[in-house]
Each structure stands twice: as C-alpha cells, then as structure tokens.
Design a protein around this ligand. Structure first.
Ligand SMILES: Nc1ncnc2c1ncn2[C@@H]1O[C@H](COP(=O)(O)OP(=O)(O)OP(=O)(O)O)[C@@H](O)[C@H]1O
Ligand code: NI
Length: 313
C-alpha cells in the first residue's frame, strides 16, 4: 500500500533507452532517447504521461511491454505488482496482465475479422459475450465484428483497440494516444472507460500530447521533456495559473493551452547523448542560471509530487 491507498501496480526506476546503430563503414554509435526516468502507478489510478512529439512517450510504453526493436538497449528497473519485470515475464503477461491500447491501428491484424481479434484477447468468461458487450459499450454495430481493419474509420478502429484491451481482464492498461480520430463524445466516452478500469482496481497509463484531455481524467500527470520526466504532479496543481506546479516547462505548457492564456511554449529539441550537460530546458527557461547550464538537476520529491529543477519548491 502507499499514500494513494491503492497497491503499487507499476514502478519504473531510472529507465534508460539507447539505440545502437552501425553505419556503412561499420562504425558503431548510439543515441540515448530516454534517460533517468522514474514513475509509478497505483491500482485505482490514472497517470497521464504528456509530452511533445518525439519526447519519448511511445518508447516508454514499449519498454514496459518489452516490444522495443532489437537495437534498443534498456537499463533501469521496472516492477509490475511488486516483482521485477524481466523480458520472460513481459512476454508471459503481455496482453494478459498488461494491455496496450496502441497508438497505431497497424497493431491490428489486417487479415483477421476485428471481432475475432477482440475475442482472442479475452482471458476470462465467454469471449463472444465479452466482445459483443464491448461493442455495445462503444456503440459499434454488431455487424462490425465481421469487418476487416481496412474497413474501419479511424474512430471505429480506436474503439476496437480499446475493446481488445478491456476484454483482456488486464490490471495495467497502457493507452498510447487513444483519442485522436475520435469526436468529442467518443473521446469523453473513451476517457470515462479508463476511469471505470481504474475504479475497478486497474491502473491506467494514459499517454497523450493532449493536456486538456489528460486534465479531465488523470489523477496525476507526468511531463516528459527531451527523454526524461521534468515533473509529476497531482491534477489539482494544474488549477488556476499553475502556481502549484514545480517545473517552469510544465507551467509554460499550461499557459499555452487555448483554455488558459494561449501563450506559445518555447520548444527544445531532444538532444543526443553527446550533448547532455546541464538541464535540457535551460536554453528556454527564464529561471536558468549558470548551475542549470552545467549540471543536470536531480529528480526529487517536492511536496506531493516530483520534479527535476534546481529552482522548484
Ligand atoms: N527505432 C528507433 N531508433 C532510433 N531512434 C528512435 C527509434 N524509435 C524512436 N526513436 C527516437 O526516439 C524519440 C522518441 O520517440 P517516441 O516514438 O517515443 O516519441 P513520442 O513521444 O511517442 O512521439 P509522438 O507523440 O510523435 O508519438 C524520437 O526522437 C525518435 O526519433
Ligand atoms: Ni508516440
């Protein structure tokens, strides 16, 4: 048990992902895409992971599931339900205890009826019954079960992917950008479905670049910037002008929202491992000092959240 009351479902500690490359002259090199990333999700909780395109959101999901390409080297620790998530265990529980709601519809088998794909994901109970109930919940006509993925609209495909995850009886759901292509009501419905999964004792990692969506449903929000988290904060800290937030980048993201001040956020590139001195946000940060440009700030507990900033209080 922990502060939030639910048991710890997922714990990621000091995750690092590097990609190895060999060029034409057989020279080997690597790029570091994720570094020093730590986060946890409890049963009953939705944690949103937000960040710009290319910040490393999908890589984080794929590392937890053990589906990174062969040239990726992963280090750090991942625990699921208190036990180390080794690659053998990842293989065993993928799609069972841990379900992915993928970013790309390409994850569906193009040659199999979508109803069959959903039924195959069912682990407990009658697969046909579970599939039909899931389709009813998402307002997919029963005839759609006999369709192939190419016949689905983007929104329908998303609903099929969510159905596949919900019938699996998983305990941890990792949803990678589950809302694009959905109209406003389908989006609200999808987010509500995640709330149900969490209220039923599941844990949800909601990966999105849509902060507004994250704020409507998540209990905590983790902000990814240039391959690492800069802040994890409870939902309430995003209220008002974000005075409760700890990191200047999170505050800038909040101010950039159309529903808030709509101020442009300075963007910073993901930098390779050769270029990691100091805080990755220092070049855009109004608070940056000499120390920020020279030393990487440590990830530390601040009040009921965490942040990576020398100035955060
Ligand atoms: N197979 C790979 N080899 C080398 N670099 C990769 C590989 N896959 C991803 N990357 C790099 O890692 C970084 C993070 O990629 P990732 O797909 O996790 O971003 P993301 O936050 O999910 O972005 P988006 O919002 O566009 O989905 C990117 O800069 C990308 O170029
Ligand atoms: Ni992605």
């Amino acid at each position: 048990m922990n502060e939030g009351g639910g048991t710890r479902m997922l714990e990621v500690h000091n995750l690092k992902i590097r990609f190895h490359h060999t060029d034409r002259s057989m020279q080997r090199s690597h790029t570091e895409t994720i570094h020093s990333l730590s986060l946890s999700i409890n049963a009953g909780e939705i944690v949103a992971v937000v960040g710009a395109s290319g910040s490393g959101k999908s890589l984080l999901a794929h590392a937890i599931l053990g589906i990174l390409p062969a040239n990726a080297e992963v280090s750090g620790e991942i625990h699921f339900q208190g036990q180390a998530l080794t690659s053998e265990r990842q293989k065993r529980i993928r799609g069972k205890d841990i379900a992915l709601i993928p970013q790309s519809v390409a994850f569906l088998d193009p040659l199999m009826h979508v109803g069959t794909q959903v039924r195959q994901a069912a682990r407990q109970g009658d697969p046909t019954d579970l599939q039909e109930k899931a389709f009813q919940k998402y307002k997919l006509a029963s005839a759609v079960a006999k369709w192939f993925p190419f016949q689905l609209s983007g929104g329908m495909a998303r609903k099929v992917l969510v159905s596949t995850a919900t019938v699996s009886g998983a305990k941890l759901f990792i949803a990678d950008e589950p809302t694009p292509g959905l109209d406003a009501s389908a989006m609200t419905e999808t987010l509500e479905r995640f709330r149900e999964l969490a209220d039923g004792g599941g844990a949800v990692m909601l990966i999105t670049h849509d902060i507004e969506a994250a704020l409507t449903i998540a209990d905590r929000i983790s902000v990814l910037h240039a391959g690492t988290l800069v802040e994890t904060a409870p939902r309430k800290d995003f209220d008002g002008d974000g005075e409760g937030l700890r990191h200047p980048y999170t505050q800038a993201l909040l101010r950039a929202l159309p529903s808030r001040q709509f101020t442009a956020t300075p963007s910073t590139q993901l930098r390779g491992s050769r270029d990691r001195s100091g805080c990755a946000y220092a070049t855009s940060c109004i608070l940056a000092t000499e120390t920020c440009r020279e030393e990487v700030p440590p990830w530390r507990q601040i009040r009921d959240g965490e942040a990576r900033c020398f100035h955060a209080t």
